[in-house]
Write a new protein. Structure first.
Length: 448
């Protein structure tokens, strides 16, 4: 039996015909083709069994011949109308075939009562081709009345009450079984449709996550390149130009010093490139602490620009932040970007770079604070942030922190990066003072 009771017509379900997923359509079409072949086989086998039963009963030759002729007519109608209705889903063709099926079945039983065996085929095909439950029940009722009415006329010896009881039982069995199988099949189709939609949604979600991951990784790599290789190449270009100017002035010794810095910066850039390819931590943090990496960064910046850098990094004692590697990476990149902006825009003579424990006094949360202050030209209120500063903000915010950029009263620019830390990530209570501790635990590095 099939599930056409609530569908628009016989044939593949309407939901399948409107599905956009080609693979689902292909799979359901293959299933429908296999099912139709099974119905063909069942129909032909049932007709063959009915024909054999008519021949075995040994009735009148004319009656047997007429019955066989009606069976042949039914088979031809199935091939020309019924099967077309099953393949095309045409409701008029399906109803036309069912009309022929009912008339042929009643005629066969009228001629020979043994033809009631054909009811097994007739009831099943009614539910196979009926466009709705109501039509299926109505056609089953008409067929039952016709068949058992013919038996009352042709076999009165069986007793009218007995025949009517058999007809009622046959009708109840056909209707109940047809409705139940239809319900089960429709639920199976609905579940199959739901599974197909879920699979399509999962595939779309997977593609969306993949695209988002690719975009995020591209953005991360672009920011990493900007914070490391691009700044290094900028330093190399500036040092090379300075060395060229020294040579023109005949200052070969100073030019040699500049070229040595060019070589060292190029080596650092190579190390950063290898670290990016290997997806490791920044080369400056490999095998060293954040304080040591900042010290090297400040020293190289002084050598390349001549700008004095005052480095304030607590090393031991109270208030020393204990940082995770991810936090150290964010702080180092922020320091690199801040110094790069000083190099390109500030025209400064002095820079103070300070790392200290800090947090939010309002809620008592622990944190770490990086402050970079220069005495340069300052930042215009209408100035727009470049890609470097925007990338710094995005990187810091991904770690739950904030970036503040503003001017200072004496002239210059202050960049403050604040990152949170879990409780217990400092060796002692955090301090939010901008000045270095008085216990001599700071490491200050100035230009020689």
């Amino acid at each position: 039996m099939t599930t056409k009771s609530t569908r628009s017509a016989a044939g593949p379900p309407a939901a399948d015909r409107h599905r956009s997923a080609r693979t689902v359509l292909s799979e359901r079409a293959d299933f429908w083709a296999r099912s139709l072949r099974g119905w063909d086989l069942a129909f032909y086998l049932g007709c063959a069994i009915a024909a054999c039963a008519m021949l075995v009963t040994g009735g009148l030759v004319a009656a047997v011949a007429l019955s066989i002729g009606i069976l042949v007519l039914l088979v031809v109608t199935y091939l020309t109308i019924g099967r077309r209705a099953a393949v095309s889903g045409s409701e008029p063709l399906a109803l036309a075939y069912l009309a022929v099926l009912v008339v042929a079945t009643v005629a066969l039983v009228w001629i020979d009562p043994v033809s009631t065996i054909i009811l097994f085929i007739a009831y099943s095909q009614i539910w196979f081709f009926s466009p709705s439950r109501r039509i299926g029940v109505a056609i089953c009722t008409v067929l039952t009345i016709g068949v058992f009415g013919a038996l009352v006329v042709t076999s009165p010896e069986e007793g009218v009450a007995n025949i009517v009881a058999q007809g009622a039982l046959a009708l109840a069995f056909a209707v109940l079984l047809g409705l139940w199988v239809t319900q089960v099949a429709e639920q199976s189709e609905d579940r199959a449709d739901l599974i197909a939609r879920l699979e399509a949604a999962q595939e779309e979600l997977g593609l969306s996550h993949h695209a988002a991951g690719v975009a995020a990784e591209r953005e991360r790599m672009a920011q990493e390149i900007h914070d490391t290789l691009a700044q290094g190449f900028t330093s190399i270009v500036m040092l090379a130009q300075t060395a060229s100017a020294d040579l023109h002035r005949g200052e070969a010794e100073r030019a040699a010093e500049r070229m040595a810095l060019v070589e060292q910066t190029a080596r650092d850039n190579l190390a950063e490139a290898r670290a990016l390819v290997a997806a490791f931590v920044p080369a400056g943090l490999q095998g060293s602490t954040l304080g040591e990496a900042l010290e090297r960064l400040a020293g190289r910046f002084e050598q390349e620009t001549g700008v004095r850098v005052e480095l304030i990094v607590p090393t031991t004692g109270p208030g020393v932040p204990v940082l995770t590697r991810d936090t150290e990476v964010v702080l180092l990149r922020a320091a690199q970007e801040a110094l790069s902006n000083v190099r390109r825009h500030a025209a400064a003579q002095h820079v103070r770079l300070m790392l200290s424990a800090g947090g939010d006094p309002a809620d008592g949360t622990a944190g770490v604070r990086l402050e970079v202050v220069d005495d340069g030209s300052g930042i215009a209120p209408s100035a727009q942030e470049g890609i470097g500063l925007r990338g710094m903000r995005a990187r810091v915010r991904s770690g739950g922190g904030e970036v503040a950029v503003g001017g200072v009263a004496e002239g210059g620019t202050r960049v403050v990066v604040t990152l949170p830390m879990p409780d217990g990530d400092t060796t002692d209570s955090a301090t939010t003072d901008s000045d270095p501790p008085d216990d001599g635990t700071t490491d200050q590095e100035t230009a020689p």
